[in-house]
Design a protein around this ligand. Structure first.
Ligand SMILES: [Zn+2]
Length: 278
């Protein structure tokens, strides 16, 4: 059975280096699953840790996964769960088949402060090539974080921009009572959608002057980035008005709409679809 083979593979490496006790239960206790912490021998209580280049490879994988996850979360949130699933599956096999056999258990006989001081001493004593390597890694990490910052900022800008545009187009459509020929947004919204955005519209009323508007306001407006090229803005309005030429025609409405936005190859955002109470 596969499980027996895996346990056999692991047991070659699972002797405590201090007391010599066979400790197959370490795998179950998470010795091979938490690469950032030292562990205790269940028999002699000696503090132990995993040693080997593979541990650092593993830490890098964790770090890259985190960066990628944040990047995806910002730009294509739909893919996040897929990446997480892939990562969990990969790490299961990775720990059992690679990290276990290619690392060794050693006594951990220094404090975290000693470790830190030692790494500074090592850094100071590095040759030119080593220093370049360290500088390259630090630069890569800094660039990754700057990149994430730029992504977040870019996303916020798009959200603010689309929220403002949606607000302006809806306001203009209401001001013009849906008259497309008076719109300055003809390049980014179609005539039919523009007309539908006029939430003051009343059947059989062609002129805004026939309306006596008591109250008209946005109650909420919420942007949502769907991908690098698409987004939607959900908004709702509240309006109270009366038709001038009729008595007893008082109208109060709570309305909710969704505007779909798409970006073309020149990064110009246009309204692609519209949905809501018409
Ligand atoms: Zn021990």
């Amino acid at each position: 059975m596969l499980e027996d083979k895996i346990i056999d593979l692991l047991s070659k490496k699972t002797k405590c280096p201090v007391c010599g006790e066979e400790c197959i239960s370490w795998y179950k206790k998470g010795f091979y699953t938490n690469f950032w912490k030292e562990k205790e021998c269940p028999n002699c209580k000696a503090t132990l840790k995993l040693k080997g280049k593979i541990i650092w490879v593993n830490r890098l994988i964790d770090l890259f996964f985190l960066i990628w996850y944040i990047f995806l979360f910002i730009n294509i949130p739909q893919l996040c769960s897929l990446l997480l699933l892939f990562y969990i599956c990969f790490k299961l096999f990775w720990k059992v088949l690679v990290v276990g056999p290619f690392s060794e258990i050693v006594p951990y006989n220094s404090t975290p402060l000693d470790d830190l001081l030692n790494s500074f001493r090592k850094l100071k004593a590095l040759d030119k090539k080593g220093k370049i390597k360290v500088a390259a890694v630090i630069t890569a990490v800094v660039l990754a974080f700057v990149g994430i910052g730029v992504c977040i900022n870019h996303r916020k800008n798009i959200e603010n921009n689309l929220t403002d545009l949606t607000y302006d187009i809806v306001q203009e459509s209401c001001d013009n009572y849906g008259d497309y020929s008076k719109s300055k947004y003809q390049d980014i919204v179609s005539e039919q959608i523009y007309k539908n955005m006029n939430y003051l519209y009343v059947v059989n009323c062609t002129d805004k002057n026939n309306l006596e508007i008591v109250e008209s306001k946005f109650t909420s407006i919420e942007p949502q980035i769907l991908s690098l090229k698409s987004a939607e803005v959900n908004y709702s309005c509240y309006v109270r008005y009366q038709l001038n030429n009729e008595n007893d025609s008082y109208i109060a409405k709570d309305l909710s709409y969704t505007v779909q936005w798409k970006s073309d190859d020149n990064n110009v955002w246009r309204v692609s679809d519209f949905d809501g109470d018409l």
